[in-house]
Design a protein around this ligand. Structure first.
Ligand SMILES: [Zn+2]
Length: 279
């Protein structure tokens, strides 16, 4: 009994000792850009990654979000694929930040947004690297990224050309599916071997064009983040996808419900915060 009292007193005097030891060295911000994508990742060595810019209306929001964090330069800019909800505000990104290099899949598109992005890459003389299966980069001491897709030069759907990115941080890993559909997802599943994924950034705003049982079984994620607009006209995320995530016991975070979602990792565990409940 006396021992129990001592233990209880220690708990009261020193609450959550693990908290002090927990040191973030990777943060992922899934910025609430409605029915679009823009994901900012910050590393402990000061380097950063920006995946997509949101759509043509999201420029001011994304720029001010990053500027508030004191960001002046983007080390790794990724244009996941040429749809407007991913590259629509790349002009604002290029005009507001110094871009070190850009990764994009080798696929052409006929829209003004795509043509404008290509012109900006040229004008600013930004190094362009093709995003495709196998392209990898060491980002920091225990952080690396690798593109798992696109594998092929040709797919029927533009979404399947999406740059799918895996980031490993110590024992933790994140899989960012962009808008990849089943053709590409099946190839990603093969590429995953038996690697567990901790955090899944769900493909295509939760559309039922991906996030199959096959992927969920193989990747076995604990958490999923969905970037999706409030009451969007497509009805995303689809009921089927949410059901599959539930069946596989995945905890889901949605930007339409929670606003910007922030994940912090120390390489051993991950924690989630929302725009309104930050640490
Ligand atoms: Zn999209």
């Amino acid at each position: 009994m006396r021992l129990l009292i001592v233990i209880l007193m220690l708990i009261v005097l020193f609450p959550q000792p693990a908290e002090a030891l927990w040191k973030t060295n990777l943060e992922m911000h899934v910025i609430d850009v409605g029915q679009a994508d823009s994901i900012y990742i910050e590393l402990s060595n000061g380097k950063n990654i920006l995946i997509d810019s949101g759509d043509e209306h999201d420029g001011p929001k994304v720029v001010s979000y990053l500027q508030k964090r004191g960001i002046e330069e983007i080390d790794y800019l990724i244009a996941s694929h040429p749809h407007h909800d991913h590259i629509g505000s790349m002009d604002a990104i290029f005009e507001s930040f110094e871009i070190d290099r850009i990764y994009m899949p080798s696929v052409k598109y006929h829209t003004t947004y795509y043509k404008r992005l290509m012109r900006l890459v040229d004008e600013f003389g930004v190094e362009q690297i093709e995003a495709k299966t196998g392209v990898k980069e060491k980002l920091a001491r225990n952080i690396k990224m690798e593109f798992l897709a696109p594998l092929r030069k040709k797919y029927k759907s533009l979404n399947d050309h999406s740059a799918v990115l895996k980031i490993d941080h110590g024992k933790k890993s994140i899989l960012l599916m962009a808008d990849a559909g089943m053709a590409s997802e099946n190839e990603v599943v093969k590429r995953l071997d038996d690697e567990k994924i901790d955090v899944l950034k769900v493909a295509h705003h939760g559309a039922n064009t991906g996030t199959s049982n096959g992927l969920l079984k193989k990747a076995n994620p604990d958490f999923a983040v969905i970037s999706v607009g409030r009451k969007n006209k497509y009805g995303y995320p689809s009921k089927e996808v949410l059901k599959r995530l539930k069946t596989h016991n995945v905890q889901v975070f949605r930007t339409d419900k929670l606003g910007t979602i922030i994940m912090k990792s120390d390489g051993k565990s991950v924690r989630f915060f929302t725009e309104f409940h930050q640490s």
